[in-house]
Design a protein around this ligand. Structure first.
Ligand code: SAM
Length: 234
C-alpha cells in the first residue's frame, strides 16, 4: 500500500515511523510519504490559510493551496482523483466515525491519501471536490489532523501483511470477526497472585476448551456493557 499524508507538519510523524509495525510494513514494500502544503502553495511567503468569508475567528486552509499540493504529488487535476479510484480522505471532526470495519476496508486499498487540516479546518470546496471521504477519530476537536492521520495509518498499517510480528495477533482481537465484533476478553500474566488479586483459576487449569469458553463468555459480557470500566465517566 502507498499512503500519502498531506500536512503542514510532516515532522510530527517521525515518532510514528519508528514504531515496529510501521517499520515492518515499510520493509515489506509498503510506502508512507508526506507532502507539505506549504512547499507547493501558489501564494507568497508560504501562505496556505486565510480569514473566513462572513467573518469569525480563526483561519481556513485555502482550496488553492490544497489543490497545488495535490497537483504537485499526482500531476493531475485533484478533482479527477475520485474518478480514478483513489481514496482521498479528509480528516474532519464531523466526518464518518472511524471503526474497525472502515479500517478493514481501507486496508484493502492499493493507495490512500490523507488530508490533515489545521486552524478552523478546510475550505468546504476541498471537501466537496477533492475528498472522497471524511473521517473522524471521535467526537472531539483536536488542534490538527496529524494525530487523526496517525490513528488511521496505525490501524490500517497493522492489518497489512508483514506489519505484525505474529499475524495471528490481529485475527482474534477486539471487534474482530473471530469474536463476533465484541471487545476482547481479559488477559493476565505472571505473577498468578499479586496483592491478593488472583488470576482466574480457569486460566491456570491448562484445560483449553474451558479456557476458550471462558474467554468467549467474557468477550460477550464486555460487549453487553457488563465488563466496561467507564461507569464513572459523566
Ligand atoms: C481545530 S480543528 C478544526 C475544527 C473545526 N473548526 C470544527 O469545529 O469542526 C483543525 C483540524 O484538526 C483535524 N481534526 C480535529 N479533530 C478531529 C477529529 N476528531 N477527527 C479527525 N480530524 C480532526 C481536522 O483535520 C481539522 O481540520
Amino acid at each position: 500500500m502507498e499512503i500519502d499524508v498531506f500536512t503542514l507538519f510532516p515532522g510530527a510523524f517521525a515518532w510514528f515511523e519508528q514504531q515496529r509495525h510501521v517499520r515492518n510494513a515499510l520493509a515489506h514494500g509498503h510506502r508512507l510519504g508526506y507532502v507539505n502544503y506549504r512547499d507547493h502553495t501558489p501564494l507568497s511567503a508560504g501562505q496556505v490559510d486565510d480569514t473566513p468569508f462572513g467573518g469569525g475567528a480563526g483561519m481556513v486552509l485555502r482550496v488553492d493551496a490544497v489543490e497545488a499540493a495535490l497537483r504537485a504529488r499526482y500531476g493531475c487535476d485533484p478533482a479527477s482523483l475520485a474518478g480514478a479510484g483513489r481514496r482521498v480522505i479528509a480528516l474532519t471532526p464531523g466526518g464518518r466515525l472511524l471503526d474497525e470495519g472502515i479500517a478493514d476496508s481501507l486496508a484493502t486499498e492499493r493507495a490512500l491519501t490523507l488530508l490533515c487540516g489545521r486552524y478552523e479546518g478546510f475550505d468546504q470546496r476541498v471537501l466537496d471536490h477533492f475528498a472522497t471521504d471524511q473521517l473522524s477519530i471521535g467526537r472531539y476537536v483536536l488542534a490538527g489532523g496529524e494525530l487523526a492521520a496517525m490513528v488511521v495509518c496505525d490501524t490500517v498499517i497493522r492489518k497489512l501483511p508483514g506489519a505484525l510480528g505474529r499475524a495471528e495477533s490481529a485475527i482474534e482481537e477486539s471487534f474482530s470477526r473471530a469474536l463476533g465484533g465484541a471487545p476482547e476478553y481479559p488477559h493476565y500474566t505472571r505473577p498468578a497472585e499479586y496483592r491478593g488479586w488472583r488470576v482466574p483459576d480457569v486460566l491456570l487449569s491448562g484445560h483449553h476448551a474451558r479456557i476458550r469458553e471462558w474467554r468467549l463468555d467474557e468477550s460477550r459480557r464486555r460487549d453487553s456493557g457488563a465488563g466496561a470500566a467507564d461507569g464513572s465517566l459523566p
